[in-house]
Design a protein around this ligand. Structure first.
Ligand SMILES: [Zn+2]
Length: 321
């Protein structure tokens, strides 16, 4: 895959569609994260919809990133990975049990919210692939959604859709790295039998577990083995230089105060981000990442969870520097 890398000795300028330039006009162009207020336009108050705004605010304060509103995906695009009946149910709210199979509920603004959030995942993926630079989307609630329904706080599977649309845009191989605390069974179901898309998944919970396959590897780890397992799984990716795009589901719900289990500290997730993004950088692989899980109520409030997500952004900007 041909990529464009800014020449380090020349000042770079942000692309035309970015919304803010570097603070001093001298530093490297900021990395791009997709986000718009539509991400949380649903009236359903749930961490996965609300925290995008908090992460956006924290990112603007942190610097190094530009926020870009994505184009929402449409029903036809969603049908690349979801059944038409399910897509229609989320649009119309009927039948209600199918519309609410995401386990968080349905309201008249859910469609606008999830199509914007899913659009962010897709655009981040395509942009990473075409620019060669790390991108992000402040999207959550993706990997449990399967073809016929939502599940486990996930409405649409933006990871699988982004991978499929990246393939349509010319990628030969797309690797999804899923390090959310829970297993990515929805993604595994969607990519089963789809050429050119593979997943590696290290989880700390057996929720949404699936039978591992060569194209969907799954490991369950605890805090004593976690970083070793992550490193081993990445090292086990066959012919990694042939990958055109990495989509990273960077869940923070492994953290002991964000929904995870004791022993998963901030230092541990910080080290994880450096292993994952360092692995991709060492191979020259473009990465787009999403927020994924990370919840208030087990020690951190939602602002604290948003701050934890910044670990991924920090690792990415450090690698890009
Ligand atoms: Zn999770």
């Amino acid at each position: 895959m041909e990529t464009h890398t800014p020449t380090p000795t020349e000042p770079t300028t942000p692309d035309a569609d970015t919304t803010a330039g570097p603070a001093d006009g001298q530093s490297a162009a900021p990395l791009v994260a997709y986000y718009s207020d539509e991400f949380h336009s649903t009236g359903i108050e749930f961490d996965t919809t609300v925290k995008s705004r908090l992460v956006a605010e924290a990112l603007l304060a942190h610097g190094g990133w530009t926020l870009v509103p994505p184009r929402p995906v449409d029903a036809g695009e969603l049908q690349l990975v979801h059944d038409a009946d399910y897509v229609r149910a989320v649009l119309d709210g009927s039948p209600r049990d199918l519309a609410e199979s995401n386990c968080i509920g349905w309201d008249g603004a859910l469609w606008e919210s999830v199509t914007a959030s899913t659009g962010g995942v897709v655009e981040a993926a395509i942009r990473a692939m075409t620019s060669g630079r790390t991108t992000a989307s402040l999207s959550s609630g993706l990997h449990h959604a399967r073809p016929e329904s939502g599940r486990g706080f996930c409405t649409f599977n933006g990871l699988a859709l982004a991978a499929v649309m990246a393939r349509h845009a010319g990628a030969q191989r797309v690797l999804i790295i899923d390090l959310d605390a829970h297993c990515g069974g929805g993604t595994a179901a969607i990519i089963d039998g789809v050429d050119g898309i593979e997943q590696v998944d290290v989880s700390t919970s057996s929720f949404d577990r699936y039978a591992p396959r060569p194209d969907a590897r799954l490991e369950i780890a605890d805090h004593t083995t976690y970083l070793q397992v992550v490193g081993r799984v990445l090292d086990g990716v066959a012919d990694p230089s042939g990958i055109d795009l990495v989509i990273y589901n960077a869940g923070m719900d492994v953290h002991e105060q964000a929904g995870g289990i004791p022993g998963f500290t901030t230092d541990l997730v910080r080290a994880r981000e450096r292993i994952v993004l360092g692995w991709a950088a060492s191979l020259g692989l473009p990465v787009s990442f999403t927020l994924a899980g990370g919840y208030s109520g087990s020690g951190l409030d939602l602002t604290g969870v948003a701050a934890l997500h910044l670990e991924t952004f920090r690792a990415a900007t450090d690698m890009a520097a």
